[in-house]
Design a binder for this molecule. Structure first.
Ligand SMILES: Cc1cc2nc3c(=O)[nH]c(=O)nc-3n(C[C@H](O)[C@H](O)[C@H](O)COP(=O)(O)OP(=O)(O)OC[C@H]3O[C@@H](n4cnc5c(N)ncnc54)[C@H](O)[C@@H]3O)c2cc1C
Length: 503
């Protein structure tokens, strides 16, 4: 393979789950297209997509309380939960297609069945959870959800959380067995390996420094080979900026007007991890609680069983924190150098508006291990400090932009595809719900950037994702059939292990 300058159809910047997903989709839709991937690290899936840098929750809104809101009349709005669930079904269908067609193998290496639970304390929260359960369990996408405030039942579901629990405070939980734990790092590497077998040119330790339009409408990238120090120029008809936290800077360098007046606000994450097998075997679920007042939605505390490298571990967090870096391996100047004349007012407005958030993040960063253990003891009253270690997870760069509803400098918590009007370049910003919805988001990139090819590609997309273009909410039979088929293909329908109660 020629490792000099290239002129290709597609360049993907970054080897995280987003580029891996887009590359895999494009290889199915246009097998003849040449694709090149540039990744500045030595391996795929080493930044946010790495298994230790995110929580590995297959976000299907089965347990995350922040995807439902309480209306003033006390009823519960589940529309966002339905949307997130539908998006996760799209991922499941694509992953199942890839397994069935031997593009990737051994799904148990990247996805495991795991009950998803919501857990609350206090009379008012218990009441809310019950109303939320009633709204969700009546919906076809959330069937099988159970609710309980009976301590006996809860001991059966989450023995570790009930052990040594004292006091009269009411608690309650919901549980649904169709949840998953996803190892996005392994999945990313599986997809990149598959792309390599399809002759995709993947260059690690290659950092994209600059990009500009050429007079003939192509994109020219200046890419530095970090091993040799040599900088080369590479051109492509289409560029996807899937650089995670690095995407905003590259989007700004592209100079496209759609990338103006957008800023980024980094939020870092820390987890507590427990590898003591005696403790680990007493818990078998992802249990999401309620965010504390003033906390951003992505710092909802949760206690998760994780399956990483054939080992089970427990993860608790995330504790939010503030760091000016946009990537875990980024620079302390990332935040300041992202401020440009065109986004200065937006950033200043956000700075004023989000003063309390910044204060909250700095406070979180200052917590001692014992203070973090106290938060964990809300979930696991008997948790011992010696069983838990602190690990640094990935950085999330939240999008800041001017919106009609929020005004100037509004912090966004979702993901955003920003693309040029001619569809020749697209960037992905933001990180929530994140990797779980990678397939849905990358289909959005395809719809925005390849409108001429879309009609011809639709039959293939429907073959890979049978629900494409349809609402599963409106087609419960289709939901049943895709859910069953994907459970089978991904090995999610077998008998599930229970948590072991140790008295
Ligand atoms: C603490 C935390 C918890 C999370 N929990 C979950 C969860 O439970 N479930 C979920 O679905 N999502 C979760 N997410 C979000 C999820 O991890 C991200 O949305 C997802 O991994 C982003 O993938 P990506 O491919 O866009 O970015 P990344 O995985 O960060 O990949 C970007 C790649 O681009 C490379 N790069 C950057 N700049 C350049 C350059 N100039 N040249 C070449 N390469 C470059 C980087 O090295 C990196 O490898 C979490 C995130 C965090 C931080």
């Amino acid at each position: 393979m020629n490792h000099g300058q290239t002129s290709t159809d597609v360049i993907l910047i970054g080897a995280g789950i987003m580029s891996a997903t887009l590359g895999t989709l494009l290889k199915e839709l246009a097998p003849d297209w040449n694709i090149t991937v540039f990744e500045q690290l030595g391996r795929a899936g080493e930044e946010s997509s790495n298994e230790w840098n995110n929580a590995g929750t297959g976000h299907a809104a089965l347990c995350e309380l922040n995807y439902t809101t309480e209306r003033p009349d006390g009823t519960v709005d589940i529309s966002k939960a339905v949307k997130v669930n539908e998006q996760f079904q799209v991922s499941r269908q694509f992953w199942a297609y890839l397994v069935q067609h031997q593009r990737i193998r051994n799904p148990q290496d990247f996805i495991m069945p795991l009950p998803h639970m919501s857990y609350v304390r206090g009379e008012q929260n218990v009441e809310f959870l019950k109303r939320r359960y009633e709204a969700l369990s009546a919906h076809p996408l959330f069937q099988g959800m159970e609710f309980s405030k009976d301590p006996g039942k809860l001991r059966e579901w989450v023995p570790l959380m009930m052990k040594e629990r004292k006091g009269e405070e009411p608690i309650a939980a919901t549980k649904i067995d169709s949840g998953t734990d996803v190892n996005f790092g392994t999945l990313t590497r599986m997809l990149l390996n598959h792309l390599k077998e399809q002759d995709v040119d993947i260059r690690y330790k290659h950092s994209v420094k600059k990009l500009k339009r050429t007079p003939d409408g192509l994109w020219e990238l200046k890419v530095k080979d970090l091993s040799s120090g040599v900088t080369q120029r590479h051109t492509a008809k289409f560029v996807f900026i899937g650089a995670g936290g690095g995407s905003l800077h590259l989007l700004q360098k592209s100079g496209i007007p759609e990338g103006k007046r957008i800023g980024g606000f980094p939020v870092s994450g820390l987890f507590m991890v427990c590898n003591n097998p005696e403790v680990v075997r007493q818990h078998h679920a992802k249990v999401y609680g309620k965010a504390s007042v003033g906390a951003p939605p992505m710092s909802v505390p949760h206690l998760d069983t994780r399956f990483i490298d054939d080992q089970k571990a427990l993860l608790f967090g995330p504790f939010a924190g503030f760091s000016p870096k946009f990537l875990k391996t980024g620079s302390m100047f990332d935040l300041i150098t992202s401020v440009k004349p065109h986004n200065l007012l937006t950033m200043l407005a956000a700075g004023v508006k989000e003063m309390s958030l910044t204060k909250y993040l700095v406070q979180q960063l200052m917590l001692s291990k014992e203070q973090r253990m106290e938060e964990l003891r809300d979930f696991v009253p008997g948790a011992k400090s010696e069983d838990w270690d602190l690990i640094v997870a990935g950085q999330r760069v939240q999008v800041i932009k001017d919106t009609v509803e929020g005004g100037k400098g509004t912090l966004q918590f979702g993901t955003e595809v920003v693309s040029a009007v001619d569809g020749s370049i697209a960037a992905l910003l933001g990180a929530s719900p994140g990797a779980s919805t990678a397939v849905h988001v990358m289909l959005e990139v395809i719809e925005k950037c390849f409108p001429q090819q879309l009609e011809a590609w639709k039959p293939k997309i429907k073959e890979m994702i049978p629900s494409y273009g349809l609402s599963l909410e409106g087609n419960p039979e289709l939901f049943q059939s895709v859910h069953q088929a994907t459970s089978q293909a991904l090995g999610l329908s077998e008998a599930k292990p229970q948590a072991v109660s140790v008295s």
